[in-house]
Design a protein around this ligand. Structure first.
Ligand SMILES: NC(=O)c1ccc[n+]([C@@H]2O[C@H](COP(=O)([O-])OP(=O)(O)OC[C@H]3O[C@@H](n4cnc5c(N)ncnc54)[C@H](OP(=O)(O)O)[C@@H]3O)[C@@H](O)[C@H]2O)c1
Length: 164
């Protein structure tokens, strides 16, 4: 299973229900990685998407504890175990955890690869994930060239879980 996320220097992922910043180059990267795949997200991340709708061209799995929650074109799961049971029918390489902070932290140990966009800034934030540089099981196995957008430097990296 994979995780894909953009973080700042403090491993922040969000502010006020939205992303930390707008990096146009990161969107095609996210799309390329997740297109035709299975994506898992929390109910709050779904609400942050354009029109609050599932992403096209992907099988969307939404986590909520609200049994009355309805969403067209998505599979709803009410617990981590239910997600893990549901995705057994797929190749785990095709499953991507796409946020937000609660869901990243919930599934981090289940993932063997993490596609981390590192934003080399400290941005205004209220949602964070565990600092993977401080977790012994993760190692960086790939880094892209440095990217830049309006003075913000960022880089795509791949972390691999040595314990899976
Ligand atoms: N930087 C990035 O790459 C990136 C990517 C995605 C999102 N984000 C950001 O992350 C923020 C949202 O993250 P968040 O942590 O607030 O919310 P979230 O993880 O998207 O969703 C949290 C919700 O998921 C449900 N949930 C959580 N654990 C559950 C469990 N064990 N069983 C069943 N349902 C469970 C609950 O929904 P109910 O309340 O409905 O029960 C909970 O309120 C936003 O700012 C967003 O922009 C950043």
């Amino acid at each position: 299973m994979n995780l894909i996320v953009a973080v700042d220097n403090n491993w922040a992922v969000g502010y006020n229900g939205g992303l930390l910043t707008y990096l146009p180059g990161d969107l095609p990267y996210f799309k390329e990685k997740t297109m035709d795949k299975i994506i898992v997200m929390g109910r709050k991340t779904l609400e942050s998407l354009p029109n609050g709708k599932p992403l096209k061209g992907r099988k969307n799995i939404i986590l909520t504890r609200d049994k009355d929650f309805v969403c067209e074109n998505a599979v709803i799961c009410y617990s981590k175990d239910e997600v893990l049971e549901y995705i057994k029918q797929f190749n785990t390489e095709d499953v991507f955890i796409i946020g937000g902070s609660e869901i990243y932290n919930l599934f981090m140990n289940e993932c063997n690869k993490a596609y981390i966009t590192k934003i080399y800034e400290i941005l205004k934030a209220d949602k964070f994930i565990n600092n993977m540089d401080k977790l012994n099981n993760w190692e960086i196995t790939w880094k892209s060239d440095m990217q830049e957008h309006q003075g913000i430097n960022y880089q795509w990296t791949l972390y691999e879980n040595k314990c899976i």
